[in-house]
Design a protein around this ligand. Structure first.
Ligand code: ADP
Ligand code: GLC
Length: 477
């Protein structure tokens, strides 16, 4: 039995801002329980919803030596579908109403988290064979392990994997201003941990981890190139011998059109025509015109530059003018994009609905009721939304980048193959052309559209295949 510990800053159902939480919440459940004892360790944020907090039980507490002195570490635990979750408590660091950008700088917060994860293992009596770290927030675990713990017999044989879910976020800060890293030797702080004159947690983790992977094969290639490397492409090329891409899956139990409690009428590939009831309900709920001939385009997303909203903004008016489309938008993020969608919601009240906020419930209704899902990302390490959409027979319209390229096969009208529509260049009119193409198929070739919906629903985007790849990776280490 191999022991694996997942370390991350988010995980369903406790705390989520994006796809990372979906992955951390789902992958452990899909690993073979006969062969792997998988546990997860998260920060115990004050913003974890009350219904989840109530389920946590106290395990122990202790004080650990840290650069700021002796620091309190509390440990809580709970079990979800057979997986143990541990929570690191220290309200000094984990206060605030969101996991990131609160009173305490994130770099110090997550440096503390990484130290606390390592310090709490003997207290828990859990000695992992592999610590599987996710993103920059957990990237210092391999560093602290190598620098402070290697001589200690408890830690001696532990191996580390770092999964990069988004290379854009690196944990950068002024080198001498991170108190919780101050005791690392200068050759580390100014060596592995330094990039462009700043501290860079991700870079340090990449260099110190035994293996590095990212969440699609295409993105694993892109981050080794200047355009996709976010300044770390040289480092990625240097470590290419220990770098791989494993595409994410989705939790097919959570996103199941046959049982999803958030959708009105359940359906599968055989009863696909029932999906229109969910479209009607969505239009009703969002105040959109109840027009079955309108193509409802869904978007559920963080409203950031990454997701390609400036392309949508550039041609939104043109789309509204020239096609009978409706938009069902749900998201939060940058003011500029929130304002843009609010404006169109105001201008076209019965054709555009923009919900600025976070809602699992509405997200499911949009996936379940929309005709198409637009995701013109500038870059996309994997992307889960297109996978979720396909599961509900909602046709994705995507830009061919990262995981979108690996998971959506472009429609071919001659061979009648494909699971969506895609365009290559980051260009608004290229996107517009492909939305028009989708609209033409939607309006004029309904049989072909339905066949594509069925192909989408028949795809296996579950964790099954990818969990097998992670298992092989764990064993190879
Ligand atoms: P990313 O992790 O880059 O945000 P992904 O496509 O991998 O993108 O995952 C996004 C996840 O977050 C999906 O499960 C999506 O449904 C969910 N999500 C994003 N924004 C919202 C929102 N405002 N309300 C509910 N769910 C959201
Ligand atoms: C990141 C990426 C997204 C990916 C998710 C889960 O947030 O932006 O593409 O699907 O992590 O790996």
């Amino acid at each position: 039995m191999k022991r694996i510990l997942f370390a991350a800053s988010e995980g369903n159902p406790f705390i989520k801002t994006g796809g990372l939480a979906d992955v951390v919440g789902a992958l452990p459940k899909y690993l073979d329980k006969e062969k792997f004892d998988v546990r997860v360790v998260l920060p115990k944020y004050l913003c974890i919803p009350e219904n989840c907090r109530q389920k946590l039980s106290y395990v122990t507490e202790f004080y650990a030596d840290m650069p700021r002195g002796q620091e309190y570490i509390g440990i809580y635990e709970t079990q979800v579908e057979g997986v143990w979750y541990y929570f690191i408590d220290n309200e000094h660091y984990f206060a605030g109403n969101s996991p990131y950008n609160q009173i305490f700088e994130d770099v110090n917060k997550f440096a503390f988290y990484c130290r606390a994860v390592l310090a709490c293992l003997p207290e828990l009596g859990f000695c992992p064979d592999i610590i599987h770290c996710h993103d920059w927030q957990a990237a210092l675990i391999p560093v602290f392990l190598n620098v402070f713990y290697r001589e200690n017999s408890f830690y001696k044989n532990m191996k580390t994997i770092l999964t990069i879910h988004n290379q854009k976020f690196q944990g950068r800060w002024k080198i001498d201003d991170i108190e919780n890293c101050r005791d690392l030797p200068a050759d580390c702080r100014y060596g592995a941990m330094e990039a462009y004159g700043e501290t860079n947690f991700l870079k340090a983790g990449i260099l110190h981890a035994n293996w590095v992977n990212t969440v699609s094969e295409a993105y694993a290639r892109e981050i080794q190139c200047q355009e996709g490397g976010e300044g770390l492409d040289g480092v990625m090329r240097e470590v290419s011998g220990k770098l791989s891409g494993i595409v994410n899956g989705i939790d097919v139990k959570e996103y199941d059109p046959m049982s999803d409690p958030q959708i009105r009428v359940h359906f599968n590939g055989k009863s696909i025509t029932k999906k229109k009831k969910n479209k009607e309900r969505l239009q009703d709920l969002l105040g959109l015109q109840k027009d079955s001939s309108a193509m409802v385009i869904g978007m559920v997303s963080r409203l950031t530059q990454q997701k390609g909203f400036d392309l949508v903004r550039a041609v939104m008016e043109e789309m509204m003018d020239t096609m009978n489309v409706q938009f069902a938008v749900l998201g939060t993020g940058e003011e500029q994009f929130q304002d843009f969608f609010r404006h169109f919601d105001w201008k076209y009240p019965d054709r555009v609905s923009a919900t600025i906020g976070y809602s699992e419930e509405l997200a499911h209704m949009i996936y379940g009721g929309a005709d198409a899902f637009l995701m013109p990302s500038q870059f996309e390490p994997c992307g889960l939304s297109q996978l979720i959409s396909m599961r509900y027979g909602t046709i994705p319209i995507v830009r061919e980048t990262g995981g979108l390229k690996d998971t959506v096969e472009a429609y071919n009208e001659i061979w009648q193959t494909g699971t969506g529509f895609s365009f290559t260049n980051y260009n608004a009119h290229e996107m517009l052309a492909v939305v028009r193409y989708a609209y033409d198929v939607f309006c004029n070739h309904p049989k072909e559209w339905r066949a594509m919906m069925k192909r989408c629903m028949a795809m296996d985007n579950s964790w099954q295949a990818s969990a097998g790849k992670y298992e092989a990776l764990y064993l190879s280490l």
